[in-house]
Each structure stands twice: as C-alpha cells, then as structure tokens.
Ligand binder design. Sequence first.
Ligand code: ARG
Length: 461
Amino acid sequence: MASPSRSGVFAQATDQRLEAYAESISFDSRLYEQDIRGSIAHADMLRTVGLLTDQEFSLICTELEKIRGQLERGELPMRFELEDIHMHVEQALIDATGDVGRKLHTARSRNDQVSTDLRMWIRESLDHIDELLVALQRAFLSRCDADFDVILPAYTHLQRAQPVLAPHYWLAYIEKLERDRGRVADCRKRVNQSPLGIAAVAGTTLPIDRQQTAKALGFDGITANSLDTSSDRDFALESSFALSMIASHLSGWAEEWILWSTVEFDFIQIPQQFCTGSSIMPQKVNPDTLELTRGKSARVMGSLQTLMLLVKNLPLAYNRDLQEDKPPLFDAFDTTRAMLELATPIVAGATLKRDSISARIEKGYLDATTLMEWMIRKGMPQRTAHHLVGAIVGEAMKQDLPLADLPVETLAKLSDGAIDASIKEVLGTQNAVAAFQSEGSTAPERVREQIDIWTQRLAND
Ligand code: ARG
C-alpha cells in the first residue's frame, strides 16, 4: 500500500529503503493517547464550525475510541509505509469509516498535529517530573530532624572547610530541587500553548476555531504565528534543559554519596536494596545505583546536546529533521524519571555513620575560620587575624592537636595576648557550629527555621 501522504503528484512508488529510513512509528507510537485526544477535539471543532455534521462527528469519535482500545492492547499493526502514529490512527479511522474518516484531516497538517501531541505529552511528563521532585525533597526533609545533632564537614575543593549540621546538607539539596521545580513550571507555560490549527505553515482558509481546540485540550492559549509554530521546538529543548539540570544535581549528589560510602570517608550507608555485589570479591557492597545515576545523567545531557544541534540550522518552518527530536526527548524524560524514582528511597533510607563521622570531625581545623572571626569581633583587622590563625593552625598541626586542645598559654603567646581563655567558647566543631549567626548559615536556629519553612511548604504542595 502506498503512503497516504503521497498524493496524485507521485508517479513512482517509494523506495523500500526510504520507508524504513523515514518511519517514526517505532518510537512515536507512545504519543497515541495524545493523538486520539487531539483528533477528537479537532473533530469536535470541525463540527462546531460546520465542517462536519453531528453524525460524522459521533462516528469519528466512536471509531477513534475503538482505535484507542486497539492501540492500548497493542492490536494495531505497525506499518512502516504509514510512517508515524498520526497516519496510523488516521488510516485506521479511514479503514473503519471511509469518506467520513477522510474528513478528519481538514484544516490540519501533521506539522501542527505532531507539535500538539508532543506538547501534551511533555506537559504531562513535566507534571510527573514535578511530583517526583517533590517526593525527593520530602525524602531529604524527612531526614532533617533525625540527623539534626550530626555535624558534618563542609568541603570546598574537597578539602575540609567548616563544620555544618547534617540537615544543612539536606536543605541544600531541597533548594536545588526547588529551582528545578521552578524551571519545570516556567517552561511548562511555554509548552502549554496550542499549535493546533496553524496547519502546515501558513494557517488555513477554512473557518476553524483554534481557541476551541486549545481550551478542549487544556492549553493556556494559542500560538500566535503559524510560521514560528510550525518550526518551533523551543519547548522540547527547554524541557530537556530543565531535565539536564535535574540530572546534574542528581549526578553531583550521587558522586558525593559514592565518596561518602567509601571506607576512606565512611560517612554513610546506602540501603542494601540499592547496592550490588561483586562476582569475585565476596566482601563488596557496591553503590551501583548511584554510579548509574551519575552515568545516566550523561544521557540526559547528551539528549539536550542532540536537540540543540538538531534545530540550530533549520530555516523556517517545519523540516523533517524535527522528527529526530523524539528519541532523545523521550530518553531524557525516561532516564530522569528513573533517576528520581531511585534517588528518593535511597535518600530516605540511607544511614549516617555517626560514630565514624564524629570520631574524625575534629580533624581538619573546621573551626579555624570561627577562631578568626572571634578575633575580628575583638577588633583585629581581618587580614591580620587570617594570618595569625594560619600560624596558630600551623603550630597545632606540628603538635598534631585540634585547636581546642592547644593550651590557652600557647594561644595567648602566639597572639601577643589577644587570645584568652574565653576562646574556648568557639573552639571545637560543636561550639563553632553554635557560633554561626547569619541568614542562610548553618547556625542551628537558622537551620531550624529553614526546616520549619520547608515542612510547611512541602505539606501544602
Ligand atoms: N513524523 C513526523 C514528525 O515527527 C510528523 C510530521 C511529518 N510532516 C511532514 N510534513 N512530513 O515530525
């Protein structure tokens, strides 16, 4: 059978190789649900404006519902000569209804149809991603109270820097995920504009009502320019960027927890359900899920790259290149979804290794900056205090002691009497954490405030 898109203008049949090369049904069949909904809304509009009779509309509806069922059950055979899901659905309708079905494509092109289906699919997928982001935020939040008394080193350059409360770490990820949610919500607005009715590229001479189909399909409005709309895949690229940022956040987190679960760090135990063993080394409990998260993030970012390159040289308007947007886009969504689905139980179920963390928390002079700031409070210029505390740390290193264990006399001597016994109030990581004050800091009361804020925000969502 010849492709329905080949009109009477063609004198020669399609080369078989082109059929296999051009088909997209093998990957766009997952748009079938959106395609059927879009077609029903379109047919309903055609009826409203007098291009279909009531009987024709109800026949089309009944048959499209049957086709939906066949597709759900995998009963509709896939035929490469029908190219894509749009043609499969339309052809099935024509097979069932003859000339009535031949009217469905009135004032419509696959160019606006594919954009409509894809926008609906992305919109629904973004909503699902948003739910998964909230679930992960909740998992981080669920740890905050139980881990409140744990002090962890904060790192810069992966060198020990300053002490922070464990929930300060969890809240850091909640913030990142919140920005991810913001990006998802923002790009959803541009995704959710209806292209239906721009037809191929210039609109139509027929008296259609684009507002009606937009409303029926849950779009916020209609796109303004048919040329722009026919060519536009910004919405797919933006979504893919939003997913890439999520993937980047998850990859960084995975890397951190992979490190934390080494014998060298020994900070955290990943739930065993999410670890794997070794076929040769019996002692191994490997954090493969996290490694896969780090690895799969590359696929999501690769999809963004593919999409960027796909569109960058396209003249207006629709070009068949755009068919190639779907495999990377679908893969980016599927992969991000899977990453989020596994991150949540790992975050909720991991155990901080408190004894191991606290046994080494006084290593690395996490309280040195607090000591410097104590001297600034006493009136010493910052640069002077910075230099002096460096010398004090040098002395402590020589004696292999934490700052809190240096005798006050040594501190007094090194500082020309600037330091007295009251310094002990800010030395040691416990005191150092308690000494923080500023907004956004790890000060226990600030962290508590943030936990309360997030408890409320995530409860209302
Ligand atoms: N399968 C195509 C796609 O995904 C549908 C649009 C085809 N349009 C055309 N004029 N050949 O982009």
